[in-house]
Each structure stands twice: as C-alpha cells, then as structure tokens.
Design a binder for this molecule. Structure first.
Ligand code: PLP
Length: 383
C-alpha cells in the first residue's frame, strides 16, 4: 500500500503516503485525535493501541517523510531537538562522534551540556574538508554528524565522500537535512545512514508548528529508534502531524519560489556597498557550489551576509518591515536572524570566531513574498 515510489517529488509531496481517508474518501487525511484505541478482543489489535506507540495521523506523516527521503522507516517527533536527542540515545559512554563545527547552536548545546555528561565524546571539525574528518578519527569513533549546507556559514560537506569514509571504518553517517529538505537533497541515496530534520522549518513551512524527523533504511537501527521513541515519548501530536502533512503538500512550489527569491537577493546583496560578504550556496563563486550541484538539485533559500560596520546590524534589525526579526527559518515569511546572539549564543566565542560567526553577520531566511518588496525592505534598512 501507499503511493508509488516512482512518482516525482512534486507529486509525492501532494499525495502523501495513503494520502486520503480510506473509509470516507476524505481527501484530507483525518486527524485521529485519540490517545488510545479499543481492542476488538483479547490479544487482538486494530494495529493501533496507544498513541505514544503509534497514531494513524503520525504514521501517515512518518511514511510520507520516509517516502520523500527514499528511505524505509520514518519517525516523527515533537521537535527537531527531540529527533536529534533520539539519535544520540543510540550511543554509549566512551563512544566518540565527529561533528560539523558550523552547526545549529541548539545541537551543540545538546551535545555539550547533556550528552557529554553521559560519557559521549564530540570533536568539532570543518567537515567540508575531508582530511579534517580523517584526522579526527579515533578507535572509539562511532559516527560522523554533518549539517550541510551548514548553519550559518553555508559550508557544503560532500555527503558521498564522508559516507564512504564512514563505511570504510564501519561507522555511521548522520545528516541534518533541514536546510535543503528531500526536495533538493536526499542523503540516504548518497550513502548516509540516518537523516534528521527540524520539520519546524521548510517541511512545515508556515512558522506555526514544531516537529522533528528521523529517516533510516536499516531495519535494526529503525527498531532501536522505535524503542527509544515509544519509551521516551517525545512523539508528534496528531494535529501537529496533520499540520506538517498539509505543509508538505506545497513544499515543492514553496522551495522553488524561495530559492528564486534567494538567488536574486544574494546577487543584489553582493553589489551593495555596505555589505562585506555574502554566503549563499547558489552563487557560482561559492566554495561549495560544484559539490552542491553534484549532490543536490537545488541550493535552498538561506543566505548569510556580513555588513561592513557593526553599527548597521542594530539599524537593519530595527528597520526591517516586511522581513521579520525572528529566530527560525524555512517558512513562507522572510525572517532575519542575528546568529551571534540568537541561534548561536550557546557556541563558545573561540569556536564562533574560528568558524566566522562575527557580530557583523546576519542570516536571512527568504520567504515567498514578492522579491521586489524584500529588496526594497533591505534597501531602506541598510540605507
Ligand atoms: C531548527 C533546527 C534544529 C532544531 O529543530 P527544532 O525543531 O527547533 O527543535 C536542528 N537543526 C537545524 C539545522 C535547525 O535549523
């Protein structure tokens, strides 16, 4: 059962897995707002017993995300961090994980302030340079955790190359695919073992719902994740599952428009006299442009840029009108963020300086508004 794997992604996002209600024909998949399910008899089940274990609406979403990532097993969580925490629960004290040094601040905080206390060790390197990953390998290394493009410096890690190195050492490759989504990039196809998402971002797409995902192919890993999911219980609620299913239906059109807007804005910013440097993977002079073209079908809609004068930061954040000064990304509304005080405040200053997160760096999540309006907004804010 379920929609054909052969269909194009633009079709898959619209039709989900089962897609519609098999009982009534409702074209919107129902919200099964029930905590528990009546047993037909002793030792009998409808397939659903208790919603922490499985709920039909969450299951539809889990099958949909698995289908989009071209993976076998999908899992939905109450947030991206809950998904990442579940993946970390696969590891044991004494094990070592190599991590992209330019990454979401909350992930760094989870690793350093929670999982380090349980004896898991982390080394942060620039994973876009494979020799740095090789040099960080230890006998106890069990996984490589990458974010690509990275947040907020937009560095691109070669997923296939990293996965090949990991396979040769029999260790896992974990990819946070939040920035590109399966519409543009499918890490499992490139050899990764575990894909993670903050579904709060592009998958939901409307800045209204928190969600997280894990997708894997391996049946054993899937079984262990299922055990952690039902035991720890950070599952996605039925209504929130439905909201994300609805968001996913427009993923393809949103991303196409957001990417088109982002490229126009990135080029405009490059020519602005008060802008020092623009970081957008879709610019042909970007360091990761070629790798990106090889491993992804798009560049996404996240731009970082540094202004020449720190004093401009406060002015821009105060003056923007269409673009909102708010944390998060991926939604239809354009948002501007100041990484050093928002998303990356948990990263130590020394590490921030090394990766390039300065007090002059701003991050823009480009939405679906008219690009002319976004540019005039930035123009008056920078003026
Ligand atoms: C937002 C984000 C997360 C965390 O997800 P939440 O849904 O906020 O818990 C993890 N990774 C990346 C790349 C993110 O942007």
């Amino acid at each position: 059962m379920g929609i054909s794997k052969q269909l194009k992604l633009e079709t898959k996002v619209v039709h989900g897995y089962k897609g519609y209600d098999q009982y009534t024909g409702a074209v919107s998949f129902p919200i099964y707002q029930s905590a528990t399910f009546k047993h037909p008899g002793l030792n009998q089940t409808t397939g659903y017993d208790y919603s922490r274990v499985q709920n039909p609406t969450r299951e539809e979403l889990e099958n949909t995300i698995a289908n989009l990532e071209n993976g076998k097993h999908g899992f939905a969580f109450s947030s991206g961090m809950a998904a990442i925490s579940t993946v970390l629960s696969l590891f044991e004290p004494g094990q070592h994980i190599i991590v992209s040094d330019d990454l979401y601040g909350g992930t760094y905080r989870l690793f350093e302030e929670i999982y380090r206390r349980y004896g898991i060790e982390f080394t942060y390197v620039d994973t876009s340079r494979i020799h740095e990953v090789e040099q960080a390998l230890r006998n106890t290394t069990t996984a490589i955790f990458i974010e690509t493009p990275s947040n907020p410096m937009m560095k691109v890690t070669d997923i296939a190359l990293t996965a090949a190195l990991a396979k040769s050492r029999k260790i896992l490759t974990i990819v946070d695919n939040t920035f590109l989504t399966p519409y543009f990039q499918r890490p499992l196809e490139l050899g990764a073992d575990i894909v993670i998402h903050s579904g709060t971002k592009y998958l939901g797409g409307h800045n209204d719902t928190l969600a997280g995902f894990i997708v894997v192919n391996d049946d054993d890993i899937a079984e262990r994740i299922k055990l952690i999911q039902k035991s720890e219980g950070a599952v996605l609620a039925p209504f929130d599952s439905w909201l994300i299913l609805r968001g996913i239906k427009t993923l393809a059109v949103r991303l196409e428009k957001q990417q088109e807007n982002a490229l126009t804005i990135a080029k405009w910013l490059q020519n602005h006299k008060k802008v020092e440097k623009v970081y957008y993977v879709g610019l042909s002079d970007h360091e990761g442009y070629e790798i990106s073209r090889r491993q992804a079908s798009g560049f996404g809609a996240m731009i970082s840029f540094s202004v020449k004068d720190t004093a401009l930061v406060e002015q821009v954040l105060k003056r923007v009108q269409v673009i909102m000064f708010a944390e998060s990304l991926g939604g239809v509304e354009s948002l501007i963020t100041y990484p050093i005080v928002q998303t990356h405040s948990a990263i130590p200053e020394e590490m921030r300086r090394r990766i390039g997160v300065t007090d002059k760096l701003l991050r823009l999540s480009v939405g679906i508004e008219a690009v002319e309006d976004l540019i005039s907004d930035l123009e008056q804010a920078l003026d």
